[in-house]
Design a protein around this ligand. Structure first.
Ligand SMILES: [Fe+2]
Length: 210
């Protein structure tokens, strides 16, 4: 998805940030893969919605989708971190969460810039797009929460509602709240510090705990 987005991004600064983001996601995949290998765990098949995601293209749909996927990832990671015993698995998830908070900030900012440039009918269409992505993601969250119920216990049942509450809280801001400059994201990454976490501004409770 990042490659598809990069193919539609000409802004040099934005490309630089997206490439840094892609490198972080690759590192996450490597860390998770190493953990699975070390513990002899088998990876499941690709998630059922993956074929549909692979077909999505266009800058606006990609940005809206990636923002919501980052939100969901952080909420799920946060809940898993609360549910597993202290140890290697929790340490790994918290390590991932540190980056996820910044990923949310990055895509929130990019999605806001994209959506707020829309006028007239394009803006109406963009609102419909956000709603459809949120409903689809919420449906996915329900499915995924059921799959994780053996691990998450009672927390699994509450997760989809938390996802929806987060989506609802974000919806208005996507069209009206000021986007943040990308410079902050880049500076935070260079310092190796999740400054956004310290401010507790990720908006995702699980992220603020790391
Ligand atoms: Fe992420």
């Amino acid at each position: 998805m990042v490659e598809r987005l990069l193919a539609r991004t000409t802004d040099v600064h934005e490309r630089r940030v997206l490439q840094a983001y892609a490198a972080e996601e690759d590192e996450h995949a490597r860390l998770i893969g190493a953990y699975f290998e070390k513990h002899g765990l088998e990876r499941g098949p690709p998630f059922w919605i993956q074929p549909a995601l692979d077909r999505i293209d266009g800058r606006t749909p990609l940005l809206v989708l990636m923002f919501h996927m980052e939100l969901m990832a952080a909420l799920f990671y946060g809940t898993v971190a609360q549910s597993v015993e202290a140890g290697e698995a929790r340490a790994l998830i918290r390590r991932l969460l540190r980056d996820e908070a910044r990923h949310i900030r990055l895509f929130r900012s990019l999605a806001r810039r994209e959506l707020q440039a829309k006028r007239g009918f394009e803006r109406v269409t963009a609102r419909a797009l956000v709603t459809s992505v949120q409903v689809s993601a919420y449906t996915t969250a329900q499915y995924q929460a059921r799959q994780l119920a053996p691990l998450l216990g009672e927390r699994a049942a509450k997760l989809p509602r938390r996802v929806w509450a987060q989506f609802t809280a974000e919806r208005g801001g996507l069209f009206d709240a000021a986007p943040q400059k990308l410079d902050g994201w880049w500076a935070a990454q260079k310092r190796g510090q999740a400054v956004f976490l310290r401010s507790g501004a990720s908006g995702v409770p699980g992220c603020a705990e790391t």
